[in-house]
Design a binder for this molecule. Structure first.
Ligand SMILES: *[C@@H]1O[C@H](CO)[C@@H](O)[C@H](O)[C@H]1NC(C)=O
Ligand SMILES: *[C@@H]1O[C@H](CO)[C@@H](O)[C@H](O)[C@H]1NC(C)=O
Ligand SMILES: *[C@@H]1O[C@H](CO)[C@@H](O)[C@H](O)[C@H]1NC(C)=O
Ligand SMILES: *[C@@H]1O[C@H](CO)[C@@H](O)[C@H](O)[C@H]1NC(C)=O
Ligand SMILES: *[C@@H]1O[C@H](CO)[C@@H](O)[C@H](O)[C@H]1NC(C)=O
Ligand SMILES: *[C@@H]1O[C@H](CO)[C@@H](O)[C@H](O)[C@H]1NC(C)=O
Length: 815
């Protein structure tokens, strides 16, 4: 009896034990490919597998629990294992504990619990799920009874898109909410893809339609987009390719891309591989100041720096002091002119066709309005109920009025109707005292400067002080230096970096350590005003592949330009055989330099407000930074010369063979003349030699002629610098040679645009066999030098600076 009872109780506890064991075992085994109904468990059950319970067949991706910043709380995610990158999250904003269960029950229901509450459940429209699959692509798919997908994570992205994930109209990326900052969203709608900030009234700040870097294949309204190979492709309803946004020039088209909308409002593109996650390869928007989140609210963004506008700088944290706009007592203050706001170009005005007072009044009378922007030239008035980072502009900007709390401690109207007790008054007293002192100091300083200015001998022609102040007041615009500043910066012009067509270049450094290349312009006899106008245009052009103008000086007869310093100097130092023994740029670097230069030029030709023709493309004007990235320099300078001074330029052109035939034939100069010069430079990059080298055997002394001959004989690769080691398979070699030969066609209509050159180099469109013009080439060549030597310093009507030419293409003039 006793023994029976014992056995019985042992038996039941054994059963219980086995049951427990089997349940634990069932849950703790990590699955591959898919799981079936009757599956459940919490983070604890898979603690040996880092909480991941389902792996893709290729083991790249896992589905499971991941800890948040708070290690006690977990999210149910799809993660790329090697890159440790979360691709998708089920329970965003509702993390669970390590004992909370993920359940896939026998009835085919899928959900995640927190305590006794369901925090996530996919919408399967009541259909039973027969399997959950973790696919090799990173897509989590719930499969129905007939094997059809009834729900997939690719259709419900969180903040990340992967290669081949179709992003369609109706879907949305939302940046991760850290603290209670605003979110940013990405959507496709109305034939466009837009990024917007999730303020009370959403504010767009980027759209693919306005993105300059995309390639338009066909007109139409895109409804879907996916990353395929190395580009983001946009399709219309019929799956026809409309736009492409290239993510990388790199040939490896098997990369798995991840596009993530960050909590700073930028989409960053990285690649995921067994080796982990790559650096950010591309970012949208490309310009940091184009996102409202780069700078904090109300700060002015320029050249990646954030600055509090002067009207708010007396307030703590650059804050308007408004807590509750419709309850606080507020006033509208003028923040100045020359502002821009990222949302303006994407929305229509709140009040079109009004005047400044109308604009101010409509903001004043609307308690949710926090700022207004008004442009007199258009009569457009924009009102905003939330304000992100601001932008400064180069004169075409908006007048901005900001609402501030009138009891917020400004020196404009301190106190107001604060109405607090005497304890509350104490800070106001201090603030009033401090600001009064500040105002007095300010007045004394202004008075002092004014009196110095009056005494300064340099003032008679200084009738443009308004313009000066404007340029000075906005960082990001070229800084106006005094001659003395630059004399000090360059140690009295002691280190000469080079001598160009427009003058000598000296090395310098500002007191803050910023390195400069200071160009002393010679023979530029332009009036100060015209000079400044040109400088402000050159200074407003920002591109990765264009050398940035940091500042200028126009004082008496001095005209100087201060550029960013480029550590590796100009391209001619690096590609020609005789220049540097030992070190040589490899093919990859050379190709990237060629591509970068083409992009810089393409930007000047197509994307600037005013088309800019460089007129002097040659290796000396392609500069290299520390990483051998190319930047084009000296753009916009041709315009600075008056016609009489152009002999500087003309003498220069005789020295090298980069100028297009139309310079000699008096045919109109156009951007295609730059294309010709670019082609000549490209040939030199490929050949590692000068195009005209009398020391070569006669057949080879004129490289372009030789190149056409080699092309006819089908020996393109013989043109490549023999010292380079290049993979036989590398298509870029013949692409680059053919592109160069298209560029140097004598007939300018045959030459491609720079944008086309970029596309061909990037392998985005095929390069047809170039026509042979070798005969013409050599004929032209001999005639070319003859005409230079005969005509000497003449400058035909086709020069960049001739009046007829200027009116025709409006070289670097305002739009
Ligand atoms: C669920 O949890 C809440 C509190 O967490 C509790 O009040 C409630 O009784 C629970 N319900 C059930 C059915 O256990
Ligand atoms: C995983 O591999 C198995 C066996 O090759 C295959 O049957 C299954 O379809 C794969 N699962 C997924 C999600 O790719
Ligand atoms: C979010 O807001 C907090 C303060 O609320 C701030 O400290 C933090 O820098 C912000 N984060 C981002 C990404 O803007
Ligand atoms: C890309 O993948 C295909 C098929 O897996 C392979 O044949 C090819 O070599 C890969 N290309 C590169 C550049 O890795
Ligand atoms: C603003 O525009 C109006 C009409 O277009 C013009 O009369 C007025 O002078 C302008 N004001 C300023 C300050 O430019
Ligand atoms: C008040 O301003 C907000 C934000 O600019 C705007 O959305 C709203 O329509 C305005 N209300 C009225 C009554 O004008």
């Amino acid at each position: 009896m006793v023994s029976f009872g014992l056995i019985h109780s042992m038996g039941s506890s054994l059963c219980l034990f086995l049951l427990l064991l089997s349940e634990t075992c069932m849950a703790s085994v990590q699955r591959h490919g898919k799981v079936e109904p009757g599956f459940e468990g919490s983070q604890m059950n898979w603690i040996d597998n880092d909480g991941h319970f389902l792996l893709s067949n290729n083991s790249d991706f896992a589905f499971g629990f991941e800890a948040t910043n708070d290690v006690q709380l977990f999210l149910l995610v799809v993660i790329h294992l090697a890159a440790k990158k979360i691709i998708w999250t089920a329970n965003r904003g509702s993390p669970v504990q390590n004992s909370d269960k993920f359940v896939f029950d026998d009835k085919g229901r899928v959900f995640l619990q927190k305590g006794n509450r369901t925090v996530w459940s996919p919408d399967t429209a009541g259909k039973a799920v027969s399997a959950i699959e973790m696919q090799d692509s990173g897509n989590l798919v719930l499969v129905g009874n007939e094997g059809q997908p009834i729900w997939q994570s690719f259709d419900h992205p969180t903040d990340t898109l992967l290669s081949y994930q179709n992003f369609k109209e109706g879907m949305k990326l939302e940046s991760d909410l850290t603290n209670d900052n605003i979110s940013y969203y990405l959507e496709i709608k109305s034939g466009n893809m837009i990024l917007y900030a999730g303020y009370r009234t959403p504010q767009p700040y980027w759209s693919m339609k306005k993105e300059n870097l995309k390639i338009v294949e066909k007109d139409g309204d895109p409804v879907s987009a996916s990353i395929e190979g190395n580009s983001w492709r946009f399709y219309d309803r019929n799956k026809a390719l409309l736009w492409q946004f290239v993510l990388s020039q790199n040939g490896d088209t098997n990369s798995t891309w991840a596009a993530t909308l960050g909590s700073d409002g930028f989409i960053s593109f990285t690649t995921l591989s067994d080796g982990g996650i790559s650096q950010v390869q591309k970012q949208i928007p490309g310009d940091s100041c184009s996102s409202p989140g780069f700078c904090e609210a109300y700060y002015i963004c320029s050249s990646n720096r954030c600055q509090c506008p002067s009207v708010l700088s007396s307030r703590p944290n650059c804050n308007t002091g408004i807590v509750s706009p419709c309850k606080d007592s507020t006033e509208l203050v003028n923040a100045g002119d020359g502002f821009n706001y990222f949302a303006i170009e994407f929305i229509s005005p709140s009040l079109p066709d009004t005047d400044l007072n109308g604009c101010k009044n409509s903001c004043l009378s609307n308690c949710s309005c926090l700022a207004s922007f008004f442009k007199n030239s258009t009569g457009n008035c924009f009102l905003f109920d939330s304000v992100g980072g601001l932008q400064s502009t180069d004169g075409q900007g908006f007048a901005m009025y900001i609402k501030v709390s009138s009891s917020g401690g400004s020196d404009v109207n301190p106190g107001g109707d604060g109405g607090g007790g005497s304890k509350k008054h104490f800070p106001y007293v201090v603030i009033i005292a401090v600001s009064t002192v500040l105002v007095i100091i300010g007045l004394v300083y202004v008075g002092f400067r004014y009196s110095r200015r009056k005494k300064s001998p340099e003032s008679p022609h200084d009738h443009t002080s308004e313009e000066d102040n404007f340029l000075e007041s906005l960082s990001g615009m070229p800084i106006r230096f005094s001659y003395k500043d630059l004399q000090t910066a360059t140690d009295n012009f002691s280190v000469k970096l080079g001598q160009g067509g427009f003058g000598s270049v000296y090395r310098g450094a500002l007191p803050d350590g910023t390195q400069l290349a200071v160009k002393k312009l010679e023979g530029i006899g332009q009036g100060k005003k015209e000079f400044r106008a040109e400088v402000s245009i050159i200074g407003s052009i920002h591109h990765l592949h264009l050398v940035k103008l940091k500042g200028f000086c126009a004082e008496g007869s001095h005209r100087l330009l201060a550029y960013e310093f480029m550590a590796n100097g100009s391209l001619d130092r690096w590609i020609f055989r005789k220049n540097r023994e030992g070190f040589m740029l490899d093919w990859n670097t050379r190709f990237n330099i060629a591509l970068g230069t083409a992009k810089g030029l393409s930007y000047l030709h197509e994307d600037c407000d005013a088309k800019i023709i460089h007129c002097d493309i040659k290796p000396e004007n392609v500069l290299l930074d520390d990483n051998y990235h190319a930047k084009v320099s000296d753009f916009g300078l041709a315009k600075l010369m008056t016609r009489e001074q152009s002999h500087v330029f003309t003498t220069l052109r005789g020295t090298r063979g980069y100028l297009a035939p139309e310079w000699i034939t008096n045919y109109a100069i156009s951007e295609k003349s730059d294309v010709y010069s670019y082609g000549m430079v490209l040939l030199e990059i490929i050949g590692g030699r000068k195009n005209y080298d009398p020391s070569e055997i006669s057949e080879k002394s004129h490289f372009p002629t030789y190149a056409f001959k080699m092309m006819e004989e089908g020996k393109l690769r013989d043109l490549l610098d023999s010292r380079l080691e290049v993979d036989e398979e590398d298509e870029r070699v013949s692409t680059a040679i053919k592109v160069a030969m298209w560029c140097i066609q004598e007939d300018m209509h045959q030459r491609p645009s720079m944008m086309k050159v970029v596309q061909m180099l990037e392998g985005l469109c095929a390069v047809p066999q170039p026509p042979t013009t070798s005969q013409m080439g050599s004929r032209f060549y001999s005639g070319f030098f003859k005409s230079i030597s005969e005509e000497g310093t003449s400058s035909g009507p086709s020069d960049c600076n001739s009046d007829a030419y200027l009116s025709a293409v409006r070289l670097s003039g305002p739009r």
